[in-house]
Design a protein around this ligand. Sequence first.
Ligand code: AHR
Length: 486
Amino acid sequence: MKKLCAAVNAADKRSHINREIYGNFSEHLGRCIYNGIYVGENSSIPNTAGVRNDIIEAFKEIRLPVLRWPGGCFADEYHWRDGIGDKEKRPKMVNTHWGGVTEDNSFGTHEFFNMCEEIGCEPYLSANVGSGTVEEMADWIEYITFDGVSPLADERRKNGREKPWKLKYLGIGNENWGCGGNMRPEYYADLYRRYQTYCRNFSGNELYKIASGPNVDDYHWTDTIMGIIGDWHAKAISLHYYTIPSGDFAHKGSAVDFTDEVYYQTISQARRIERLIDKHAAIMKKYSDNMKLAVDEWGCWFDVEEGTNPGFLYQQNTMRDAMVAAVSLNIFNSRSDVVSMANIAQAVNVLQAVILTEGEKLVKTPTYHIFDMYKTHQDSELVYSFTENFETNGMPAVSQSVSVGKEGMTLTFANASLDEGAHIDCSILGFKAQNAEARILTGEVHTFNDFADGDRIAPSAHAVDITDSGISFELPPCSVVSILLS
Ligand code: AHR
């Protein structure tokens, strides 16, 4: 067991951790919406207006702050008018990106916004630039947010919603360098300027507009977009980065069957997001001190589970995914001066899902538990922290972030090493702890939570000693520890 020193200075405040960093993403893809979140009013599965009650409860439990919808690639083919009004009369469409299945549009604007209200999270719309029109986008905003008398607001009322909803986060297109229209950055940036012009702030609603940003390390995209858009028309640009052990979409590998070497490659690939954020942020800084990054798609992307539709992107979720989530969230916290939002892909039954369902059964994945253990970081202030480290497979084993908020001081530590644990002696300046509540998530790295066996990976209470100078605790191999001091 390693003996490591750590230090925290509560008086050295660095940046505000927006709660939106703990966001999720939900797309009309596979079983994320249909047979996942939304089962319909007539389902025997307990639901509120068609949305599973157990999912609503699970999202409330982690204090889900924001949910992105309806895509992803689906967003640039989505026409919002198809998803309002009498469900029997809603037109059907082919979901060309995801399995070629029929989309019946029974989950649309009203269903999404009402669900967000039920959960208590901000809706984040990703609106169609690729195949939509300026008028269509402008109308959607008016339909949702206008309180006065207009044909669109009246139509909303006729469809059952008297008062407008609140809409803050608006993404103008998705991956417009790829599935969102294969555009060049110059062309997209001009389109962005035009589309966003007509997305108005109605009735006291204030939009936080997000431009479609780069894929991974496409610094040219960031540079060009920033040069043309600046920060007059947008508050943030998005960044998409998926963790693939080999770094190659053609060779993703199994979600549950992997060697130690592949595990370490996965962690190393996850850690790459730190450099990506720093480099994109440095480019953005040339043009603006205010522009933020919304990492609105991130997480592990592995091969689909055997026997499932390849277009549905259904994968299991092991302790390895939990480690990736813990390391990534520590990075987002530590870069919260520039990262204003992050949305794991995706919420339910797709990619690194926090929840998996099968019929009426539901499991909370190891990744879900990380979001639960980290939730007191939301809307807290990041403070200075440092941990003496050790190397595992050529990279630092321990990652951490510390914040101070309403509930006290939250410290989250992750140890990526599979065979070496650590004893941490952490001195704390500027905060005197009276109470320590700690939880640990650990287990054999291939373990996942299955429908048959329930939560094999779940947090349990962990011992922390309050010392004269701070705290001390153990950080076993392949574990995540969260501590709330008050
Ligand atoms: O999350 C799955 C897909 O990945 C999204 O639809 C797209 O934006 C990205 O390429």
